[in-house]
Design a protein. Sequence first.
Length: 507
Amino acid sequence: MENKPIEKQTLRILFLASDPSNASRLHLGRELQSVRDKLEGNDSFEIKDHQATKPNDVMNEIMNYKPHVVHFSGHGYDTGELCFEDEKGEAKAIPPEALASLFRLATDHVKCVIVNTCYSKKQASAIAEYVPVVIGTKKEMTDEAAINFSMGFYTSLEPDLSQNSLNKAFNLGCIAIQFDGNLEEHLTPVLLFGSPEVRFSSEVDTAFSSINNPKGYAVKTLIKGLSLSGKKMGLSDHLVKQIIDDKVWKLEYYNDSILEYENNLKEILRDEFPLSEPSKLALSHLQDGLNLSNEDVKTIQDKILSDPKIDSAYSWFDRGSGQAQLNNLEKAIEYYGKAIEKNIEYSGAYAGRGVCYNKLNELESAIADYDNAIKYNKNWELSYNLSSTYFDRGFAYFDITPKIEENLIKAKKDWSKSIELNPNEGNAYYNRGLAYQHLREFNDAIDDFKKSLEFETTNKSKSITGIIKCYSELGRPKEIEYWSNEALKLLDKNPDAIYDDQGDNNF
């Protein structure tokens, strides 16, 4: 049964060559070039080769590159051992069982193994325990026959890697040996199929290769068809269901893992860009925990990092806000600055940066940013608006020391403007009361302090303290007594309320 994936994927071929210095020389370069020539221009395949292959190279390449086809080219012994190279470049034999055990860990991706060496049938038989289709040789094989087989095989190889297409490619490889006038060696290659369980698992993998969401009627139909195929192969209903269920679970888990990594990457990019080393390390640990490959992660990162929005003014504003919440004020200022570079009229970014400067007591810079935010009055954010910016600029003027009349008047005007724009801002009344108090306009200060008591947003103990201080300056003992009693009532209701002077503002 031939299963072609709905979406074409690039299939990886790993060509491993070994020609030890103390063995008879082979023309492995010609065989590799013949394979490359046959695959040239075919976007369905990519090929990676490794020359002078050592045993550790085999493990590293198969586990890291995750090939779909593994092609061994080199020497083999009549005892069934495959020949690689040691550190000196001399022959090092690997028994069939050792190599086969490696493929037990690669069943998710390896669909075909070609052992194009002499006497490799024993190796092929051991590998076939874990791989659906394996090609070996019955006996010694000449260079020319090996090269011609590879040319014919890759001429016919189809990207679905189904067992039928691999069988067809094998047959064409044997025919290519005959076409070269070699009427005997075309019988040397041997095609071995894995167990029904191995082949069915591979067929399930192929069928699900382009399925993103294992739900819906199309998937139910696919599962029904696969179940029937499994039964035809002689597998029990229980085993067929187990293999399919395991594949569906892996796909669901994989999708959840991809989404988890993607969401975490996006959240980090809201705080910083480019990624810092600690963030890269954190993502690396997440990748390991989610069991995602480097290829999976690269695909996610390429998708997210190629989004033009990642370098937009709004994204830089979000990063600035994130750093400000972490109290990384210098970094927040940097990111707000990048937002302003992208959009010179970004009032929200000016306001956010102004607040950071204010917290660092860089008041002139803060006022300059508030001025620009008010001047442009465009592109505000949920956390900043025209009223709040007048409010914050009032703080900056008020915080300048020494407190001179000119700055106190500017603060008073800004808080008046904030109240005009948002009459429900109780803290603006309280702060304007402070400005009046410092300007010794005590009656106006008392009116604002009393007004602030109408709002739940204000610190009532501070407002009452301000009232008492102003009446003290005016020499009004009855009012002092009345508001002192009010303060005691407030303290009785809320023992945590402290109406001593806690400072001059609520910033």
